[in-house]
Structure formats: C-alpha cells, structure tokens
Design a protein around this ligand. Sequence first.
Ligand code: NAD
Length: 303
Amino acid sequence: MNKIVIIGCGNVGMSYAYALVNQKTNVDELVLIDVNKKKAEGEAMDLNHTLPYAPNRLKIYAGEYKDCHDADIVCIAAGANQNPGETRMDLINKNSVIFKSIVTEVVESGFNGIFLVATNPLDVMTYLTWKYSKFDHSRVIGSGTSLDTARLRYLIGDRLDIDPRNVHAYVIGEHGDSEFVPWSNANIGLQNITNFIPKEELDDICHEVRKSAYEIIDRKGNTSYGIGMALVRITNAILDDENSIIAISSYDKDNNLFVGGPSIINREGVKKRIYFNLNEDETAHLQRSIDIIKDAINTLETD
Ligand code: NAD
C-alpha cells in the first residue's frame, strides 16, 4: 500500500496529482492538504471523477496533517509562486516561514517516509525541510534540476531530432539563475555533445533553459506541467525501488547543503549523490552556484 500526501494544492501540487492519476503508478492512496481546505476538497472531488477513465484505482481525499503518519512520500508544493520578473530567491522569506510550521506538523504526525520538496527557492527549502525535520538527509529530496534537465533534453532532442531520453546531459547547481550544464559530461550515442552541436549554440540552449520559467510565467502566470511530470518521475523511482539516476537536489556533504546534481534514487530515498569530474570552468561555476545557496541559508539563519 503506497500513500502520498501533497501539501499545497496549487498549480504545482495539482499538476503532480493529475499526472499521478494519469499514469500507471504504484500509488494506492493520495491525500491533499492545503491551508485553503475548501480548495483541497474541491480538487479531491474533481480528481475522483477522473478515476473511471484512469489506469489505476486509487483512493483520493482531502486530509489533515495526521494523515501523513503512514505516508510513504510527503510532497510539499505549498507557498508563494514567482510573480512576473520575480526570481525564485525572492520567495525565500515568505516560504521559509510557512515551511517551519508545515514540516513540524508533518513530523509530529509520526511521518517516517520521504520528503519531496517542490517549493522555491528549491534548494533552500529542501535544506530547511532537512533541518526542521531532523530526518537523515537520504530521506529529503528536492526536485532540484530535474525539471531543468527535462527542458534541456527536450531542446537538444528537438534540435537534433532524436529521442530526448537518449540525451545524457544534466543541468546541475541551484534550481535558479546560477544553474548550468557541464558540457564536458554531456553525451549522445557515446560521443560528447560538442560533436553534434557547436559550443556557442550549446551555451544558447543553456541560456534558454535558464530563462524558460520566466518566459512561461510571463505568458501564463506559472509553470506546472513540467514540474508535475518531474515529481512523478522521482516518485516512481522511489516507489518502484528503481535505483534510477535523476538530477535532484540532494545533500552535498562537502558543503553541508542541498544542491542539484545526478543522484541515485530508490525506496530508501537518495542512495547516493554522484560526484563526477568537472573541468576548471565548470568547477568554478558549480562553486558559485553553491555559494548563492549558502549565502541565502546564512541570511536566514542569522536573521
Ligand atoms: P500556487 O499559488 O498555485 O499554490 C500554492 C498553494 O499553497 C496554494 O493552494 C496555497 O493555498 C497553498 N499554501 C500556502 N500556504 C500554505 C500552508 N501554510 N499550508 C498549506 N498550504 C499552503 O503556487 P504554485 O504555482 O503551485 O507554486 C508552488 C511553489 O512551487 C512555488 O514556490 C513555486 O515557485 C514552486 N515551483 C517549483 C518548481 C520546481 O521546479 N521545483 C516549478 C514551478 C513552481
């Protein structure tokens, strides 16, 4: 019996929920929690009406924090969203306040599963979830650069007209403006990607990935489907004990924080964060990205 609780029934939480019911996942029970209880109830009612056409039977209802006690995954997608022009880091004060109460209530329920964090600024919120929960870091996962990596693979697959699943490249670092692609480790068909696309064009692709969220928010006010699918991908890797490699925000022991990078995920959470060789430029770039997360955490902790 696999149970998932989603806290925050906005665009992100509900895109995740809708993608979960649409796919053949191993989820048996789905609980929706929101500070706006009526919204959670309405969303649960609406989702239940998808079930006659869904590939799986599952139990869906609006719940309370006590329902987290026997959950396998608690996904937090609650909090403020970026307004046009706002960076993810701009959300830090609003969202750090609500995370303390949410994580405390989840832990007080007796929850002993895996936290999956989607709220921005993602790497900081994942760190706070770890701090407030006092869970082992292996059981705290941030969606990290999983969405950005999907955007990257889509753009490269489209450019080369190949299946994006055959693009072995990752966006790493902060899920934010300092994220980047270590091209020295990016391969297609066992060859480095620079054999297919010139470096200048690759840099444009990376730039396009980085500004995707802003472009989408400018047009529709939020982003939701991409992150919904990325969260389902991570969920399946956990529930199916896949040992899959996904770019998530996982604990980086060298810097004592959470940051995006390929990590092995299974039923226990993060089995291992993968450390790999970067060239000099990439090493400096990653460090700059880590320092941005570190500064944000320090600001919060000294407030
Ligand atoms: P939204 O405003 O549509 O939904 C947020 C929901 O959280 C609302 O329903 C609200 O009532 C609820 N909420 C607020 N405070 C709460 C509390 N204390 N307890 C329970 N519920 C509470 O926002 P959204 O578009 O769904 O975005 C949610 C978060 O996800 C934002 O921080 C956004 O920046 C982030 N996001 C992350 C990614 C990613 O790749 N990780 C992608 C897109 C958006």
